[in-house]
Unconditional design. Structure first.
Length: 454
């Protein structure tokens, strides 16, 4: 009898589907795991609040931590009729409450919210990415950091923690050479719009940037400017909290598209160099040919202290797992490019190398405009002297900006005067160090000559 009842139910559904020309889709607020809100649900909520505000009469207001401004959404029990691409949509928002008093750590178990949309079956253009532009305008981008693996099995069940990304750096305020700045912007635009191109050439839709240069030259500011320009989230990956290669792969898989994955000071994070080859290679056996690369005996053994290996990081950047998902940018920063393994920064992994150098004349003009609201024509003599000194002295943009910080007792003229004094002192110190080094060399050569005479 039960089987007959199921068959009858299926037959009735088939008959109703044949005569019913409409499709109904239900969108749940929480996914199967019920720990994080569904991105699709958030997108629909943003879409309805933005495009259907003139139709609805009852709203709910919420100021979430991930939003730039108060977010209004359609209140429960309302039907919204929407027209999109000449097709009619009927939206309905409702909430299901538990039957009894339920206490749960999972927010999706306390109550369940849904959006239900109905549209004609001939309209096949209903896609998940329709509300995306509205979501981008209403969502505050996020800055992530990876959690230690001992927290992955806790009640949070998250690999990453995040805060609102609020860095205000832009390319308009970034103090670098204008020509280099334009090159970087063009490269970012080509990447963002290059999905079809990457598919055509058979490459994963990702790009690597290596930012190298002395401390204080603006590497972190460059990352923030990139994120604000592309409107991407930022994942700040701390390698010292990653135990092994498996954890690294899990963290990568949990990142989303439209994101920048950053490893700052990679030369100081973990030891990824020095164990590739031994200075004294072992002898080849009869089965090994001359083209095979020999590894040192120490590298062949499992290092119990550091399970995160160079091979794991290389596969993270450019291996099979790097193709999981798309539209990701990977950025390494370092103060010492030469200390990195060549395989780590080769083209294809770090596609573009950007040198963040000391402050140049054009960068100083931009800093003076940003910090003091002045141009070269207003304080011509001081500008000229500073630009001349910058050609003789290496000073990073961070140090220059510090001298340009205006206070109640320091106006623009006083700030520039202080910068001139600092540059002169740095120049004199460099000259003294150069003369001292020359004297040391002469003394050393004199002692060698005396020793040779004896």
């Amino acid at each position: 009898m039960a089987m007959n009842h199921v068959k009858i139910t299926l037959l009735i559904n088939k008959i109703m589907a044949y005569f019913n020309r409409y499709i109904q889709i239900t969108i749940s607020e929480y996914g199967p795991e019920r720990f994080e809100r569904s991105d699709f649900f958030i997108a629909v909520e943003a879409y309805l609040s933005d495009s259907c505000s003139l139709v609805a009469r009852k709203f709910k207001a919420d100021l979430g931590r991930d939003r730039k401004k108060p977010q209004t959404s359609v209140d429960d029990g309302q039907e919204i009729v929407d027209t999109f691409n000449h097709a009619m949509f009927w939206w309905y928002d409702y909430t299901e409450y538990p039957r009894g008093n339920v206490f749960s750590w999972s927010p999706g178990d306390e109550k369940r919210r849904f959006y239900r949309v109905t549209f004609h079956r001939n309209f096949h253009a209903f896609k998940r990415d329709v509300p995306s532009p509205f979501t981008a305008r209403n969502r505050q981008r996020r800055l992530f950091t990876n959690n230690p693996s001992n927290r992955w099995g806790s009640g949070e069940k998250t690999f990453w923690s995040h805060v609102a990304f609020q860095h205000l750096a832009t390319f308009d305020t970034l103090a670098i050479d204008p020509t280099e700045k334009k090159t970087i912007i063009d490269d970012l635009i080509a990447f963002k719009d290059g999905k079809d191109y990457y598919t055509k050439v058979g490459k994963a839709w990702k790009r690597g940037y290596l930012l190298f240069g002395p401390p204080g030259t603006g590497k972190s500011t460059m990352i923030a400017a990139m994120a604000n320009f592309l409107e991407y989230d930022v994942y700040d990956l701390e390698l010292t909290a990653v135990k092994n290669n498996t954890e690294l792969r899990k963290l990568f898989v949990e990142t989303t598209g439209k994101s920048i994955i950053v490893i700052e000071d990679i030369d100081c994070s973990v030891d990824l160099t020095g164990k590739r080859r031994d200075k004294k290679p072992r002898k080849k056996s009869s089965r090994e040919n001359d083209n095979m690369t020999l590894q040192p005996m120490e590298a062949e053994k499992d290092d119990e202290d550091t399970k995160l290996t160079l091979s794991g990081v290389l596969n993270f950047i450019d291996g099979l797992w790097s193709a999981c998902g798309g539209e990701r940018i990977i950025i390494f920063t370092t103060n010492n490019k030469d200390a990195l393994d060549p395989a780590l920064i080769r083209r294809g992994r770090m596609d573009k190398h950007i040198e963040m150098s000391y402050c140049c004349c054009e960068a100083f003009k931009l800093l003076a405009s940003n910090y003091l609201d002045i141009t070269e024509n207003q304080l011509f003599e001081l500008f000229g002297e500073i630009q001349q000194l910058l050609e003789e002295v290496n000073m990073c943009p961070a140090d220059v900006a510090e001298h340009l910080m205006r206070t109640e007792n320091r106006d623009a003229d006083a700030c520039l005067q202080g910068l001139v004094v600092a540059l002169r002192d740095a120049r004199d110190m460099a000259i003294k160090e150069k003369e001292k080094a020359k004297e040391d060399v002469e003394k050393s050569m004199g002692k060698e000559e005396i020793a040779g005479t004896k």
